[in-house]
Design a protein around this ligand. Structure first.
Ligand code: CA
Length: 238
């Protein structure tokens, strides 16, 4: 792959470019496309809104001076949506007031014309980075009355966090990922501690389980519970 060939289509962020000056729109489209974005152009507020409503837009670059109205009205409409799409407003020189209103309306950033294409691309990247939600991987495991929130690394019962040490949390998360499955102490040492019974006493696991049980009971958790499989290990039952 050549160094500046764009990434494959599926990973290209989609930018709606609402700009009525054809030269500027073309220049920005060329530059952003080369920089790895897919650009969908619109030359007025109506087309811009339709474009966003059609879905699949990751960010809007919005010129405020448009032929069929003020871009601020479009911005208002975009901010009122259930899933607001990030917006960079673009103003002409001397449109200070519009820029301030734009930011007050929740624009994520602004550019003043004339701007360099490089700066536009850098702002687009920065805003996308800031507005990206956390990875869509599963972030919560529900088991019995517990929620194991793997992104916050927190265990909650009825919305209230249970104070666990990082290792205790790790043990609960590991067991909660496979309820009903029994793991030996050695497996738990291996997966949760990254250690082995050669380096760490298997009773470390017992001590942690003992402490977790006490904390769960204190928090009023009846299910799930950690079941002892005698002479072998533990599992989480709900
Ligand atoms: Ca304009």
């Amino acid at each position: 792959m050549e160094p500046d060939s764009p990434p494959p289509p599926a990973t290209r962020p989609v930018v709606a470019l609402v700009e009525d000056e054809p030269d500027l729109a073309e220049m920005a489209t060329t530059y952003l496309t080369r920089d790895g974005f897919e650009v969908r152009p619109a030359a007025d507020t109506r087309t811009g809104l339709r474009l966003v409503e059609a879905g699949g837009i990751d960010l809007v670059v919005l010129d405020l001076g448009l032929p069929d109205g003020n871009g601020l009205d479009l911005l208002r409409g975009l901010r009122a949506r259930e899933n607001p799409v990030p917006v960079i407003v673009v103003t002409g020189r001397g449109e200070e007031a519009d820029r301030v209103v734009g930011l007050e309306l929740g624009a994520d950033d602004y550019l003043v014309k004339p701007y360099s294409q490089r700066e536009l691309a850098a702002r687009v990247r920065a805003v996308l980075r800031r507005s990206r939600p956390a990875p869509a991987a599963a972030t919560a495991i529900r088991v019995g009355g517990l929620v194991v929130d793997t992104s916050a690394r927190e265990v909650r019962r009825a919305g209230t966090p249970i104070a666990l040490t990082p290792r205790e949390y790790g043990l609960v998360e590991f067991l909660a990922a496979a309820p009903g499955q029994t793991f030996s102490r050695e497996q738990l040492l291996d997966h949760v501690w990254g250690s082995s019974s050669r380096w760490q006493a298997a009773t470390t696991v017992d001590e942690h389980v003992y402490r977790i049980r006490r904390k769960l009971v204190a928090a009023g958790v009846t299910e799930p519970r950690i079941t002892t499989v005698r002479g072998f290990g533990y599992r989480l039952d709900s």
